[in-house]
Design a protein around this ligand. Structure first.
Ligand code: ADP
Ligand code: NI
Length: 218
């Protein structure tokens, strides 16, 4: 199997798992993360093949999206083996998608990501900020019946992983303070840092406008 065929197989696998997703992890998110991973890999002079593969697969074993993580992992590993990824490649891919979630950065867990992992995590997090990030937060918040905003509900910081997963009374605007505004400083690659700085300003401008309108100042 050549790399083009392997990529097609990986893409088909992801579509079979996430094609029907409506939680903000559908193929539109995946395709943006793939495009960004390619761009970041080029910026780092890294062969884009594994970053692209890991980008396609990064949400297929997510704890929020699958019932049994171990079964999902085993199914994926068997699929990669069947599609002639080498044992080293399978290990690298699984290492990346095991370790890139935001939840892993809570509870002070230290994770040493490979360069492929750094690229895919940057690409995933870039998709949570800027204009796209604003849109995804509103989409997610609406789907979860969150309030748009409530000045009486203060943003919470330094949450544990459990607390983050079980947040009650979340508002869409608080999600920026609790997560989205912090992602910029957690980027790894030089290209992602630059893109994140721009997207941060887009969010800050949006939030300033939001609060001004909320208070009838504009
Ligand atoms: P990830 O893909 O990093 O695992 P999540 O599944 O937590 O992210 O979130 C998917 C999208 O929804 C992201 O853009 C995220 O910022 C947004 N989101 C997550 N939780 C909330 C929330 N409580 N309110 C608003 N948006 C959220
Ligand atoms: Ni993702």
């Amino acid at each position: 199997m050549n790399q083009t065929e392997q990529l097609a197989a990986v893409k088909a696998y992801t579509i079979s798992k996430l094609g029907q997703d409506s939680t903000g992890h559908g193929m539109d998110h995946i395709n943006r993360v793939v495009r960004m991973s390619k761009r970041l890999a080029n910026g780092e002079n890294v062969d884009p093949f594994l970053p692209i593969v890991a980008a396609y697969l990064h949400d297929t074993i997510d704890e929020k999206l699958v019932k049994n993580i171990n079964a999902a992992k085993e199914e994926l590993i068997a699929y990669l083996n069947k599609n002639e990824f080498s044992p080293d490649q399978v290990q690298q891919i699984m290492d990346v998608i095991d370790n890139i979630s935001f939840a892993h950065t809570l509870d002070g867990e230290q994770i040493n990501l490979s360069i492929v992992g750094q690229i895919v995590r940057d690409a995933d997090w870039l998709d949570a900020i800027g204009a796209i990030g604003i849109t995804r937060a509103i989409y997610y918040g609406g789907g979860h019946h969150e309030k748009i905003y409530d000045p009486a509900i203060k943003p919470r910081y330094n949450m544990s992983r459990e607390e983050y997963r079980n947040l009650a009374n979340e508002t869409i605007i608080n999600h920026f303070d609790e997560k989205l505004l912090h992602l910029k400083d957690m980027m790894n690659t030089a290209t992602a840092k630059k893109i994140a700085a721009h997207r941060q300003q887009v969010m800050l401008d949006y939030l300033a406008e939001f609060h001004a309108e909320w208070n009838a100042e504009k």
